[in-house]
Design a protein around this ligand. Structure first.
Ligand code: HAM
Length: 424
């Protein structure tokens, strides 16, 4: 045992027993994003470190303490991506895809943050993200939110709460930040150690503190409302109206500030109360200044990303979870001479019934042990090919769930019979 090699803390294997959940979730997500006219972009997992330093903000938790950064053999500083937005912007500018065009895109894949692992918080996790470029109005904000809502409905996840806020323009945000620094500095002695550190680095994140002892102080802190510019206020009011028109409930949370520096205007989070401390399932907002910050034109943008593991956790416990991925049928082969015939039969069935999930027995063994394996596989039906069947040109068909007897079906009619019995 001491000789075995363990995986890395906070980086999990997705085991076969969970494969059907992952696959179904990915299918539903891809289906919805494609149907809304979003196209996939596949991005590298590693970027130059400056991609993240320049966009997420040097004082954010991610950049200051959570990035997997290393020097490669050329001496370049590279970083495993902690999120997808920055790399997406880098790629669009590099390939000239933002010139005079709007873009609606999605991406998926692993992200890496060296956070303290706990339930729902991993060091390698997966995101599905969507980003829209070149659109200024609240209509696109509403579309992105509606897309998430549709996903929750299709997955049968009923109890997510949408929290919404606006951070205003960069200038409004700066004034607000200054007001927070003044307020929390006056109460420095009452701050918990983490908030005291944030006061220097990233004062708006103090509003995110989960320390119950901080609640009273945070409740009495200045609110963004008083600093909001007229344009952002109007955008936010229109977004609220659009969400009401399409029947999406939301709660305005003036303390929602997000942990990345690139946001302005609309920000939102879908939150679950069923996931403990790590309740944010999906989050996003506007980042109108980011393209320019990467050397591109002033192109507005908005998007979101969801944590796939967190969505899966909710999906696994939701009532509408689909069945397992057990095979429909298990092919039992009795006798060496039947082997070639059985394999041929299996290939022919796969041609005739493309949706058939057929597990063929390999590795020999007695009839009894093969039936045991067939039963354990969860298959609905065992197909039997032995000497007798070979002689008669038939296949044995034995329902494995219930008491029905084995029957004999002419090989030429097997596909039609399986189609009928399995509803394929
Ligand atoms: P984020 O809030 O940092 O935003 O991450 C989005 C989601 O990823 C979270 O709501 C959560 O579900 C999941 N997540 C984050 N960290 C972890 C972790 N350590 N373990 C498990 N899940 C995690 C962004 O990444 C932005 N790029 C979203 C965005 C796209 N904004 C605009 N466009």
């Amino acid at each position: 045992m001491s000789n075995t090699i363990q995986g890395i803390r906070g980086m999990h294997d997705a085991l076969p027993e969970n494969a059907s959940g992952w696959q179904r979730l990915e299918q539903v997500l891809q289906g919805i994003l494609n149907r809304y006219g979003y196209r996939q972009i596949r991005l590298p997992i590693v970027e130059r470190t400056e991609v993240f330093e320049r966009s997420l903000g040097a004082s954010t938790d991610i950049v200051s303490k959570e990035m997997y950064t290393f020097t490669d053999r050329n001496g370049d500083s590279l970083t495993l991506r902690p999120e997808g937005t920055a790399g997406c912007v880098r790629a669009l500018i590099e390939h000239g895809l933002l010139q005079g065009a709007t873009q609606r895109l999605w991406y998926a894949g692993p992200m890496f943050r060296h956070e303290k692992p706990q339930k729902g918080r991993l060091r390698q996790f997966h995101q599905f993200g969507a980003e829209a470029f070149g659109l200024t109005g609240p209509d696109i904000d509403a579309e992105l939110i509606a897309m998430c809502a549709r996903l929750w409905t299709e997955l049968g996840i009923a109890d997510l709460r949408l929290e919404l806020n606006t951070l205003g323009t960069a200038a409004a945000r700066k004034h607000y930040r200054d007001a927070l620094v003044a307020y929390f500095s006056d109460h420095r002695k009452s701050l918990d150690p983490e908030s005291r550190e944030r006061l220097e680095r990233n004062p708006m994140r103090i509003l995110d503190s989960k320390d119950p002892g901080m609640k009273k102080l945070i409740d009495a802190a200045p609110s963004m409302d008083g600093f909001l510019d007229a344009g952002s206020a109007a955008h936010f009011a229109e977004l609220s109206r659009l969400l009401e028109a399409i029947g999406i409930d939301y709660q305005i949370n003036p303390r929602l500030v997000r942990g990345l520096d690139y946001y302005n205007g609309t920000v939102f989070e879908w939150v679950s109360d069923r996931l403990g401390a790590q309740g944010a399932v999906c989050a996003g907002g506007r980042y109108d200044g980011l393209v320019e910050c990467f050397g591109g034109d002033a192109i507005p943008a908005v998007g979101f990303a969801m944590g796939v593991e967190r969505v899966l956790e909710l999906y696994a416990s939701s009532a509408s979870r689909p069945g397992t991925d057990s095979p429909h049928a298990y092919l039992v082969v009795a006798g060496a001479s039947a082997q070639a015939h059985a394999l041929h039969l299996a290939e022919k069935l796969r041609d005739q019934l493309p949706s058939l999930n057929l597990l063929t027995h390999c590795g020999g063994g007695s009839f009894k042990s093969q039936f045991k394996k067939a039963d354990k596989s969860g298959a609905a039906i065992a197909l039997v090919v032995g000497e007798e069947e070979l002689r008669n040109g038939t296949v044995g068909l034995k329902p494995l769930r219930g008491d029905a007897e084995q029957s004999s079906v002419p090989a030429s009619q097997l596909a039609a019979e399986l189609k009928r019995r399995l509803g394929l």
